[in-house]
Ligand binder design. Structure first.
Ligand SMILES: O=P(O)(O)OP(=O)(O)OP(=O)(O)OC[C@H]1O[C@@H](n2cnc3c(O)ncnc32)[C@H](O)[C@@H]1O
Ligand SMILES: [Mg+2]
Length: 203
């Protein structure tokens, strides 16, 4: 029995993590699943700092293998904003819709060819012994003129990945999972897990 604690409260993210992690763990539980009410303040200046803080906080409490994901959207025309502030971009209580609206408002005068952006995902994994591993994935694309689609979560309705003419929210989740920032970070993490667990999966 190998269990992984995932230090996230974001259900959309948790669903993708469960799809992407592969067979290394036979029990993958998130903060929502085991209903712990902990508020980790993400006050780091980088995705790496925040992912490390989330993973360390949960590992310190439970001493079990723990994974954290800190991610966000960097928009070229906004000098990389919202970046590490992606979750709090429109205030603490804002919804995904509020954040999307704010971003589209800020980009209203920016033409299509200047709407380049990238999603970033940093994963921090802490193994049973407390060793820390970190991987990163980037997905380039552009910000749509208006929200489209119902799949995914967060900023997906306004992000068109390079090579496609649909938003992540219009594309099938299987396609997002092949090309996303998160899937790239997981490709590297799975190489590390393969070494730690000697290629042994729990399937
Ligand atoms: O910290 P946890 O509890 O994991 O959940 P969170 O929603 O606060 O997540 P982050 O701190 O990593 O903030 C990331 C923000 O970027 C958004 N985001 C991250 N990955 C995304 C993706 O694949 N598609 C769309 N939006 C994404 C997400 O909805 C948040 O608003
Ligand atoms: Mg967060």
């Amino acid at each position: 029995m190998r269990k992984l604690l995932v230090a996230t409260k974001n259900e959309g993210k948790a669903k993708e993590i469960k799809q992407l992690i592969g067979g290394y763990f036979n029990d993958v539980v998130t903060l929502k699943d085991f209903d712990i009410n902990i508020n980790i303040i993400e006050d780091g200046s980088t995705f790496e700092d925040n992912a490390l803080k989330k993973a360390k906080t949960i590992y310190t409490l439970y001493r079990q293998p723990t994974l954290a994901d800190d991610s966000g959207l960097e928009v070229d025309a906004l000098g990389g904003k919202p970046g590490v502030m992606s979750a709090r971009y429109a205030g603490e209580k804002a919804t995904d819709e509020d954040r999307i609206k704010k971003l589209l408002d800020e980009l209203k005068d920016v033409p299509e060819d200047k709407r380049g952006a990238q999603f970033i995902c940093v994963l921090v994994f802490i193994d049973q012994q407390g060793r820390i591993y970190q991987t990163k994935g980037i997905c380039r694309g552009k910000i749509a003129l208006e929200p489209k689609g119902k799949n995914g979560f967060g900023y997906d309705p306004i992000f068109i990945p390079d090579g496609f003419d649909k938003t992540f929210a219009e594309l099938d989740s299987q396609i997002k999972n092949q090309i996303s920032h998160r899937s790239k970070a997981f490709e590297n993490l799975k190489k590390i897990l393969g070494e730690i667990y000697n290629e042994g999966t729990c399937d």
